[in-house]
Write a protein that binds this ligand. Structure first.
Ligand SMILES: *[C@@H]1O[C@H](CO)[C@@H](O)[C@H](O)[C@H]1NC(C)=O
Ligand SMILES: *[C@@H]1O[C@H](CO)[C@@H](O)[C@H](O)[C@H]1NC(C)=O
Ligand SMILES: *[C@@H]1O[C@H](CO)[C@@H](O)[C@H](O)[C@H]1NC(C)=O
Length: 512
């Protein structure tokens, strides 16, 4: 992936836009002065800013952190905890124009409030995901210590003077992060570690009524990150009474846990795939579900020109295994690691610089449909990227193992699965005699046969790995090679047995 970066634009040549914290528009002219000491923002230039409305009345600000989630201040929800009372307006500039073409309106579905009085942060889950574009984008959370005296920007539709009316067009103002010690003197020790102050000692710049929950966005040098949420203060813009902000990073764990638990439409242990035939003769695969993000950290997407064409499995920081029939091209194709949803930027993208196939005799179907891909740089390992074990040659796969396959692409999943997101299913194995009976002499002892649902035509991915565990450790036993073209319920899916190539794999890893 090549990054072309001009100030606040980052275009990923894969055709994906990585949007978090990137402003689409930069102010090109000074506008009239509003907010406290601020000015009108260039329309849609803070695309993570939302207006939270209660009964169609703007009540608070908030920031988009993912398609389904907005964060805001907990105090906004104290008296109105019912999510369905809230409407989120994204892509807005002028609140008095109910029909801005860029706007996206969503109802709240659940409010999550922190339980402690000292943490003024809430999460609002939306009923339907937002669509990200130039006008509606998320912002990531600032996770390193906030530099003192850094200048950051607050935005909102709140009052431009104390007790004044709210404004219709989004305002912005720069504030300075102030030392908590100084702020604690102004506020008699009420500044907790979960808060920080920003403004100017002498006053004059601040958020005010109606800005609550809105973002304090800090520029990292390449993008903006969310450091604070407008929380409280005494008056607005008064000298020695700077604005107090929720320190969002203190709550990042709570936010990620809350979102994780709530979003667990994903599942960690897939059911066993089966095939079902509807009354009108449509065959579908049951028990294919979305994987939990990064739960299979060895899963690799092989891509050319930003397009996924096969899966692979990371077995070593420098090596990926896939099927030979994927036709991976050295120095052209990339291995994309730490990927869940194709719509988002992956954790790592690495050029493949060498492709190796085990020595084999010609023939059809290929007897050793396996390829070992060498990565031009070592993968950085972590919770989202980590290799799977290769089984020993004498490790035979039997019913005591439970196996899973995972991949991207359009499936015949019964309940529909987003082809852009990694999905998986458990697969029962089919023994060699049954498999030979169904497929004839094509089957050799370097093949593993599974339930027909494991075929590419049913699961959607070519080169998908088959990984199995019996005591909690997963081993890469297979790489999908062929199966029925039409997701035929009579034809087992065939995988190349990786353990049969273990000594060749080891030799290659040592040699290169
Ligand atoms: C506000 O701060 C940003 C850096 O975050 C800077 O680029 C911008 O020029 C500042 N705006 C004003 C009006 O000072
Ligand atoms: C789906 O998976 C569950 C759990 O493994 C299993 O009990 C069920 O039989 C599966 N459904 C079908 C139709 O195979
Ligand atoms: C193979 O599986 C079939 C059907 O599940 C079973 O009837 C047969 O006994 C099995 N054969 C062996 C050798 O285990």
């Amino acid at each position: 992936v090549v990054l072309i970066q001009s100030y606040k634009w980052i275009l990923i040549l894969t055709g994906l836009l990585y949007l978090a914290g990137v402003r689409s528009f930069v102010p090109e002219q000074e506008m009239e002065t509003r907010i406290i000491g601020g000015q009108e923002a260039w329309a849609h230039s803070w695309p993570w800013q939302v207006s939270l409305q209660l009964d169609s009345m703007p009540a608070c600000g908030g920031a988009i952190i993912s398609p389904l989630w907005v964060t805001s201040a907990a105090h906004c929800f104290i008296r109105h905890t019912k999510a369905s009372l809230w409407t989120v307006l994204a892509g807005k500039h002028d609140l008095d124009n109910p029909e801005e073409p860029q706007q996206q309106v969503r109802l709240g579905s659940t409010v999550y409030n922190t339980q402690s009085k000292e943490s003024d942060v809430a999460l609002l889950k939306l009923e339907k995901p937002l669509e990200f574009n130039h006008f509606v984008r998320p912002i990531d959370i600032w996770m390193t210590p906030l530099p003192l005296l850094m200048k950051c920007t607050i935005t909102g539709w709140g009052s431009t003077r104390e007790n004044g009316p709210r404004v219709n067009r989004l305002q912005e103002v720069n504030v300075t992060i102030l030392p908590s010690d100084d702020c604690n003197q102004y506020y008699l020790g009420r500044i907790r570690p979960s808060m920080f102050c920003a403004g100017k000692d002498e006053g004059g710049v601040d958020a005010c009524q109606g800005d609550s929950g809105g973002p304090l966005s800090c520029f990292t040098g390449t993008r903006y990150e969310l450091a604070g949420l407008v929380s409280w203060g005494v008056g607005c813009g008064r000298a020695k009474r700077p604005g107090v902000y929720t320190r969002v990073q203190e709550h990042a764990q709570w936010m990620s846990d809350t979102m994780g638990e709530s979003d667990s439409g994903c599942d960690q242990t897939p059911g066993l795939a089966g095939l079902s035939l509807s009354a009108d003769g449509v065959l579908s695969v049951v028990n294919v579900t979305e994987s939990c993000p990064f739960f299979w950290p060895w899963q690799v997407s092989l891509q050319f020109n930003g397009r996924h064409y096969c899966s692979g499995a990371l077995i070593h920081p420098h090596w990926v295994i896939t099927a030979k029939h994927c036709g991976v091209r050295a120095k052209e194709d990339v291995a994309v690691l730490g990927l869940h949803d194709m719509k988002f930027l992956p954790v790592q993208t690495i050029l493949i610089d060498k492709v190796f196939n085990p020595p084999q005799k010609a023939g059809f179907p290929p007897k050793s449909d396996l390829a070992l891909l060498h990565l031009s740089v070592a993968a950085r390992l972590g919770s989202e990227v980590s290799p799977v074990c290769v089984p020993e040659e004498d490790n035979s796969l039997d019913d005591t193992w439970s196996c899973i396959t995972a991949g991207w692409g359009a499936t015949k999943a019964k309940d529909g699965v987003d082809p852009d997101r990694l999905h998986h299913a458990g697969l029962t194995l089919v023994n060699e005699s049954t498999c030979r009976h169904k497929w004839g002499g094509f089957i050799t002892d370097t093949h593993i046969c599974s339930h027909p649902a494991g075929s590419t035509s049913c699961m959607g991915d070519s080169g998908a790995p088959l990984f199995c565990q019996k005591h909690g450790t997963y081993f890469l036993f297979g790489v999908v090679t062929w199966g029925s073209w039409h997701c035929d319920s009579e034809k087992p899916a065939i995988f190349t047995s990786v353990s049969d190539y273990q000594s060749w794999i080891n030799k290659m890893i040592i040699k290169f």
